[in-house]
Design a protein around this ligand. Structure first.
Ligand SMILES: Cc1cc2nc3c(=O)[nH]c(=O)nc-3n(C[C@H](O)[C@H](O)[C@H](O)COP(=O)(O)O)c2cc1C
Length: 362
């Protein structure tokens, strides 16, 4: 892959990028064409449809402006699984697409540290979790796929515990289907799991896409629950029924996610289901991802009961546009826009966000 630019080169330019859309444009200019599909969701095979439905769902919600409230100071800080964060935006796991810039995961995790938030490191990352954690100011959450080989899966979980990860984020929206390994590049990316995600431990064990267990059930979640003392977050929940099962099976958190539009193409946008899922989740913390592009989206998600949101593509666009500085830039833009949206809505603290802030517009 070409290296579009050196780390730090775009630091000056970053200040001229004032929206996530600006980062998308800057990323677009620098990206090798082969990466466009995953980065932008423009392959025309259904991926874009669901990504659009995430956006359409946000666009179908209006915010309620309120006036004459003292919003000279607004507080964005909250907690996720008891961990204080300064901004309710986490970095989503994005595989090894981080290699789009030489800063990679190290740039992303440093940007998360600067912003005071948590990074969820992908099992398919391009560096081991140990290497990433060495650069991290904040605890990492470890994203896991349950492998057919439960011994190897257990080793992964023990590895995450040993190096100090604070949660296991188990992705359950079947990767065997969503990643559609017929696409050029995917099989190669998945071939790296054994070498990289496992910190070298299972080297040579030939872990590839097929290693991920397509036959996973809630019984396996029970097994995972018993295999670790770390909190479990289940990623890829899209219905109230499954949210209730997350609670029944001992999860501490769930991510309402359609894998950024890479799962079933004909689902509704994630935010459409948020209130129902929060209602069913019986106290399990609910996070949302899919289509977060501006501060108002975050406020809508918080109003409907999300504890925080995660960013996948917006993070990638920042990384592609300017490495660590680019991810910092994206997080700053989102924080500024969230603050502004809160001020217009007369909301001084994210903890006060509630359903009265939003209404369906169509
Ligand atoms: C390039 C790319 C790679 C991804 N890799 C992973 C992964 O390794 N593990 C995972 O659980 N989700 C993965 N996801 C899904 C994201 O974690 C997240 O659910 C999604 O990107 C959120 O939607 P957004 O891109 O609109 O923010 C990936 C998404 C993208 C775009």
């Amino acid at each position: 892959m070409q290296t579009p630019h050196e780390p730090g080169e775009t630091a000056a330019k970053e200040r001229t990028l004032t929206s996530v859309g600006d980062y998308l444009e800057a990323a677009w200019e620098r990206m090798p064409a082969a990466y466009f599909g995953n980065m932008f969701g423009v392959e025309g095979d259904g991926i874009s449809r669901t990504d659009e439905s995430n956006r359409a769902a946000f666009n179908a919600i209006g915010l309620h402006p309120r006036v004459l409230v003292d919003v000279s100071e607004v507080a964005l800080a909250t907690t996720v699984l008891g961990e204080p964060i300064e901004l309710p935006v986490l970095l989503a796991p994005i595989g090894d697409m981080t290699r789009i810039h030489p800063d990679g995961e190290l740039g992303a995790v440093r940007a998360a540290g600067e912003a005071g938030t948590v990074m969820v490191l992908s099992l398919a990352a391009s560096l081991s979790a140990e290497e990433v954690i060495a650069a991290a100011k904040r605890p990492l959450w470890f994203q896991l796929y349950v492998l057919r080989d439960r011994g190897a899966t257990r080793q992964l979980v023990e590895y995450a515990e040993e190096i100090g990860c604070r949660a296991i984020v188990v992705t359950v929206d079947n990767p065997g289907i969503i990643q559609r390994d017929v696409r050029p590049g995917h099989r190669e990316a998945w071939g790296t799991i054994g070498r990289l995600g496992l910190g070298g431990r299972l080297q040579g064990s030939g872990l590839v896409l097929e290693s991920v267990d397509p036959a996973l059930t809630w019984k396996d979640i029970d097994w995972l629950r018993s295999a670790t003392s770390l909190p479990l977050v289940i990623k890829g929940i899209q219905t109230g029924e499954d949210a209730a099962l997350c609670a029944a099976h001992g999860a501490s958190g769930l991510v309402l996610s359609n894998h950024g539009g890479q799962a079933l193409p004909d689902t509704v946008g994630t935010v459409t289901r948020l209130a129902e899922i929060v209602e069913a989740s019986a106290g399990v913390e609910v996070y949302l991802d899919g289509g977060i592009r501006q501060g108002g989206d975050i406020l809508k998600a918080l109003a409907l009961g999300a504890r925080a949101v995660l960013i996948g593509r917006a993070q990638l666009w920042g990384l592609a546009a300017g490495g660590q500085a680019g991810v910092t830039g994206v997080l700053e833009v989102l924080a500024d826009e969230l603050r502004a949206a809160m001020k217009f809505c007369g909301l001084a603290d994210v903890a006060l966000a509630g359903p009265a802030l939003v209404e369906a517009t169509r």
